[in-house]
Design a binder for this molecule. Sequence first.
Ligand code: ATP
Ligand code: MG
Length: 430
Amino acid sequence: MSKTNKFQRPKGTADILPGEIETWQKIEETARDVFRVYGYEGIRTPMFENLELFDRSAGETSDIVEKQMYDFDDKGGRHIALRPEGTAGVARAYVENRLYGPEYTKPYKVYYMGPMFRYERPQSGRQRQFTQIGCEALNNESPQVDVETIAMAMEFFKRLGVADKLKVTLNCLGDKETRDAYRTQLIDYLKPFYDQLSDDSKRRLYRNPLRVLDSKDATDKKIVANAPSILDCLSDYSQKYFDTVKQQLDALGIKYEIDPDMVRGLDYYNQTIFEIMSDSPVFGGDWVTVCGGGRYNGLIAQVGGPDNGGIGFGIGVERLLLLLQEENPDFAPQPGLDLFFTAPDEDGSNYAFKLMIRLRSKDVAVDKDYEGRKLGTQIKEAARRNAKYFTVIGDREIESGQLTLKHTQTGEQVEVAVDDLLANPQNYLK
Ligand code: ATP
Ligand code: MG
């Protein structure tokens, strides 16, 4: 592509090309396998929703809503936003489709994979259109479901061969009683530092002081380091709930660290929250979150439904891919063909062309040269296409109906009649 090409993809987006797509597809396949055995089914909600849904759920003082929303008025004057995350849409769909009735499973477990949109400064592992694989267990409030959700994420990472490179961090944000008590303590602690706080934090101090804990501003971070811990304010219910979650994680041998400062970027979280992080060299040595999740009791009611609890997580696939390329580069097999056809002339080419269509209907992956290039070039193409075998279709082959299949790696040859190949292709193309 020339430098003067006037069509370039928008900033913060990516083209995922063959060569990389195999890894994406295998990640998706692995996710489906793991989610299935944990009792989840797929769900697809719209990529855009009414802006108000995200205001209501993620929270007006969250970075996502304040700064990162891709929103616009559509031609009918509706205020629309491209979804910045998946949970709000799933909660909305759950309520709108009344998925809490007695005819539905409890918990109602669903997963999704797809693009999310946030207006952020693009950098490695941070895009404006990015991909999340996420799951939500709705209509439940049991420590077992919290533990199972974390276990499921770790099982997924294990199957990807990167679990050893990750750590689970855990915190408890408590129930409403906990947060009301903590809010007062936190404001009292932060008030004397008011003048030193960043503008964002000043604005958020009285509206939503927990957001100050999540600030990335260096001075804010220093101030926050000595703030009281929410873990000292837990209500009896939250303390018992959190203790049970920890005990059950211990019993399953799932290691975790408690991070009492972790609050996560969305307002709907409460009780158990967690992040799964990596400090792989691909991330420049910092701990980077690959998977973030937590409980959101109250969210469903907030978007107009019954007071059902829920918990879920979202995995950032672009970041996961960076980790995978570093730690397990051979995760996805290279694409290849079973058989590549070559021919010195047009008769051979036409013969091969017809035979290929029949073989493909038998699920055999085959291809050929389409431009009558030199035979030697065609044979080289067979190797480049990672074909297990290649064959040359000349006059002799057309007359006799007997083909010679040559193994591209070993050079070993197999003779086969076309009819036999069509009848039992897998016998000859092992
Ligand atoms: P961060 O603090 O890194 O901005 P976040 O708290 O905004 O993350 P979540 O909203 O919890 O992230 O989203 C879950 C995961 O989605 C993140 O851990 C990350 O892997 C991924 N993610 C979030 N924003 C982006 C982005 N702009 N580009 C790529 N991946 C992203
Ligand atoms: Mg963010």
